[in-house]
Design a protein around this ligand. Sequence first.
Ligand code: NAD
Length: 472
Amino acid sequence: MTAEVTMTINGEGVASAEVLEVVNPATAEVFAQAPRASESHLNAAVAAAQAALPAWKGLPHAERAALMVAAGDAILANADELAALFTAEQGRPLKQAREEVMGAGMWFKGMARFELPVEVVEDSKRRRVEVHREAIGVVCAIVPWNFPVLLASWKMSHGLLAGNTMVLKPSPFTPLATLRIGEILRDVLPPGVLNVISGGDELGPMMTAHPGFAKISFTGSTATGKRIMASAAQDLKRVTLELGGNDACIVLPDVDLDEVAPQLFMGAFFNTAQVCIATKRLYIHDSIYDALRDKLHALAKTMKVGPGDQSDSVFGPLQNRPQFERVKGIIADAKSRGLTVLDGGPVPDQGYFLPLTLVDNPPEDEVVVKEEAFGPILPLLRYQDIDEVIARANNSEYGLAGAVWSKDIDQAVAVAKRLDTGTVWINQNLQTTPSTPLGGHKHSGIGVENGLEGLLEFTQGKTIFIPKAATG
Ligand code: NAD
């Protein structure tokens, strides 16, 4: 497959002299090229977004909402083409890639239901005081490679609905489907409202330092998030940071093992474990530990890992070579340190494939427990007592999400309330919706996406004092 995609600047297709090579992670071979934006492309994109801002911000909210619905429909109408591009560049099996693309379309439509509230904080004889919410300005949106299309749709569907204009940058590893969405939405949105540019490692820092942006919406690693916040401090850009996680999942002793094992497995390994909100530490009660470990290991040995364009593949490759080498190193390190590593089944020789690997009850201070691997290696951890396991789960600099599994929902809710994370699922995993705020505690982020709270992150308040009489 080859893909000829252009950047979108001021509603026009823009190519570049220099290009990025895009690798298919299932083959480790270059299969396409994408534009590599220069500083002048960035300046042009910011200028276009600034020029489009007054008219876009001035539209009635309902008109912007209608355009968001139209944007969602346009993505849905092109789902098959986008899914094929997605699988080629990201690696995920085609059916799941299509689900992400469909999710992106649905997100635009789901967020369009939200309105910007006007809060009346005083209504006295003397005056009425209203708090309005209005757009912030031009948004710099930066996304990672693990959910490239869905996470971009979150930023577009929030930021544009609120009346901002935007320059969106996909990861250099997965630029194609996002650039293609920029092309598709040229027919829906006024020129300059959404600009999509791709580039190498130099482009992100150039963007966050650009004085033309009023807000940065970033999803990616905690290390990059800290750099972005430092950069934003120079001119007090607003930031929303959705960062890394090391999510704990706690399995209480009363669960039905046959029922929960496959669900726990997918909660950890979906997208080859490259999910910010995946289970990355699985705490299992001592009384069921051995039996559940064996069931999970049986799944790891039998679930099909293979190229995303083969219909029976459930898990694809790691998305890129640096991530592949890093996770391979974590698996090798666990083995060399004498941990009990339970190997997964066979994987293809070519491409960035790794087996779905479990580690049997390693000490808490091992790298495989403390760090976010962001790849298919999952520590299984034995616990005895609920207070002990909650303390262990909370003993992390991260606080993104977590999960509790039990037949006793009241007890599970009680445990959920004690976890220091932005989201907790009970008897489910990885659930997100346009209505449910998602954000991290501690080093997992600042602010949220989704729901009214997520939309309000793309606004600033304005308090208006309105006298009841015409003179003061
Ligand atoms: P990353 O931080 O390396 O890169 C993310 C994006 O930032 C890319 O587009 C990259 O080009 C850009 N970038 C890199 N350095 C930059 C800089 N100095 N200034 C500006 N932009 C820069 O992350 P990644 O490896 O692509 O993604 C994996 C990480 O993302 C994991 O830690 C994962 O947990 C996290 N993540 C978090 C969420 C969430 O919602 N909290 C969702 C998905 C992924």
